[in-house]
Design a protein around this ligand. Structure first.
Ligand code: CO
Length: 171
């Protein structure tokens, strides 16, 4: 049985850290991905970034269809290289910001370049839910949370809740 990784919550500084690019593609990456998957599945998430489990590195997983194992993508050093002109607005949440949801504007379609565990580069075009989750996770890798992208009015509304979260009053 692998030890499980705890999900870091709003208020934890690691969520705002500058995450390091992965340069060494060693055998430790695979077990790390496995543990991140366990943590994501246990929390019923559709994506997870390494800083959310306390690791300040450019590593993320996305899983737009939790029932389909093959929908899971492991990404190292992902970056968006192209975006569509159109955007979509949809409600989002985040395992690190429990109890809060809000509408976020995202690109409808993106092209992303990332590396796998061996350092091999891949290119992927994504739209819909998959594109949204990838953008959300890449935000995490830049220390950005979805709450930063909410409207000014909504941010004012959730301020007390965030304060509670940061002080550990709420789970
Ligand atoms: Co998140």
């Amino acid at each position: 049985m692998r030890t499980s990784l705890g999900i870091r919550k709003y208020g934890d500084k690691v969520l705002r850290s500058k995450n390091e690019k992965v340069k060494d593609f060693g055998p430790e990456l695979e077990p790390l991905f496995d543990r991140m998957e366990d943590a994501m599945i246990a929390s019923k998430g559709v994506g997870l970034a390494a800083p959310q489990v306390g690791i300040a590195k450019q590593i993320a997983i996305v899983n737009p269809e939790p029932e389909e194992k093959q929908s899971l993508i492991r990404m190292i050093n992902p970056r968006i290289v192209r975006t569509s002109g159109e955007t979509e607005t949809l409600e989002e949440g985040c395992l690190s910001v429990p109890g809060i949801r809000g509408e976020v504007v995202r690109h409808s379609k993106i092209e992303v370049v990332y590396q796998d565990e061996t350092g091999k580069e891949h290119s992927l075009t994504a739209e819909g839910m998959r594109a949204r989750i990838i953008q959300h996770e890449i935000d995490h890798l830049n220390g950005v949370l979805f709450i930063d992208r909410l409207s000014f009015a909504k941010r004012a509304l959730i301020k007390p809740k965030l304060k509670d979260l940061a002080s550990g009053k709420e789970q």
